[in-house]
Design a protein around this ligand. Structure first.
Ligand code: TMP
Length: 240
C-alpha cells in the first residue's frame, strides 16, 4: 500500500491518500491539544499508543456489529481506514458526570448518571464546537432526522460494548466522543478515533484519571496513563 498525498492534517492525526481511492492512511501524531487548541504539547509515544488502542477498540466494535472505518493497523503509528465523508457533529455519550456536563448543570464530578446521556456538538473550531440540539441540527441541515436517530442508536451500542470491555480492564468508561461519516454507498459508519484522547477513563478502584484529562488538568504523564490503558486492554483480550 503506497502512502500518497497528505489530504488533511488535524490536531492529533494526519490523513493520507493511498493507491486505492476508497482506502486512506491515518497517522497518529504525538501532539496534544486542549481547550480548542489553546494548550499545546507533544508527548513521545502518544501517537503509537493511541493507534494501538484505537485499533483494538475499532476491531472489537466491528466484531460487535458496529460498522466503522477501521481496516487494519499498519505499523506503530499508522492504520488503514475506509474513506468516508465526515458528518460535522460530535456525539458525546456520558455515564458519569465530569467535564463540561458537570460544569454546565452543576453536577458533582463522579456522580453516576441514571441513564446514559447523549449530547451533540457542532464540529466547528471557529465557533469552539458548541453544544447543539436536534432543532439546531435540523436548522443547519447537518444531517436528516433518521440518520441522526441512527447515529444515536449506534453511539449507545458503542457505549454498551465499551462499558463491558473496559469493565474487564477494571476501568470506568466515564464519557466519550464519537464522529460518524458516510461511506461510498451512503451508509453511516463510525469514523475518527476511539482512544484516551477522546474518552474519559478512570481506574475502577482509585478513580485515577487515565485519559487526556491528565494533560488538560496537568496531572502527570500522559504516556504513563495511556500505557496502563493499552496494557489492561491487551490483558483483557488475552483472557477473553
Ligand atoms: P467535555 O466534558 O469536555 O464536553 O467532553 C466530553 C467527552 O468528549 C470527553 O470524553 C472528552 C471528549 N472530547 C473530545 O474528544 N474532543 C473535544 O474536543 C472535547 C471538548 C471533548
Amino acid at each position: 500500500m503506497d502512502k500518497g498525498q497528505l489530504l488533511y492534517e488535524g490536531k492529533a492525526k494526519r490523513l493520507f491518500e493511498t493507491d486505492q481511492s476508497d482506502v486512506l492512511i491515518v497517522e497518529y501524531k504525538n501532539d496534544l491539544t486542549a481547550f480548542n487548541g489553546e494548550k499545546k504539547a507533544q508527548e513521545q509515544g502518544k501517537g503509537a499508543l493511541n493507534n494501538q488502542i484505537s485499533s483494538i477498540l475499532f476491531e472489537r466494535l466491528n466484531r460487535e456489529g458496529i460498522s466503522n472505518h477501521w481496516l487494519e493497523q499498519l505499523n506503530q503509528t499508522e492504520q488503514l481506514v475506509q474513506h468516508n465523508e465526515i458528518i460535522p457533529i460530535e456525539v458525546v455519550v456520558r455515564n458519569i458526570a465530569a467535564g463540561s456536563l458537570a460544569k454546565r448543570i452543576g453536577l458533582k464530578e463522579g456522580r453516576e448518571l441514571a441513564f446514559p446521556i447523549v449530547e451533540y456538538y457542532y464540529k466547528d473550531d471557529d465557533l469552539g464546537d458548541p453544544l447543539i440540539n436536534e432543532d439546531h441540527i435540523k436548522l443547519l441541515n447537518l444531517v436528516n432526522q433518521s440518520d441522526l436517530n441512527q447515529m444515536k442508536e449506534m453511539a449507545l451500542k458503542v457505549n454498551d460494548a465499551l462499558i463491558e470491555l473496559f469493565e474487564a480492564c477494571e476501568i470506568k468508561l466515564v464519557d466519550f466522543k464519537l464522529e460518524f461519516g458516510y461511506d461510498r454507498s451512503g451508509q453511516i459508519i463510525l469514523s475518527d478515533e476511539v482512544s484516551p484522547d477522546t474518552c474519559r477513563l478512570w481506574d475502577i478502584h482509585t478513580n485515577e484519571k487515565l485519559d487526556k484529562d491528565v494533560f488538560r488538568q496537568g496531572l502527570g504523564s500522559v504516556e504513563h496513563a495511556y500505557k496502563i490503558i493499552l496494557n489492561r486492554l491487551k490483558g483483557a483480550l488475552s483472557h477473553g
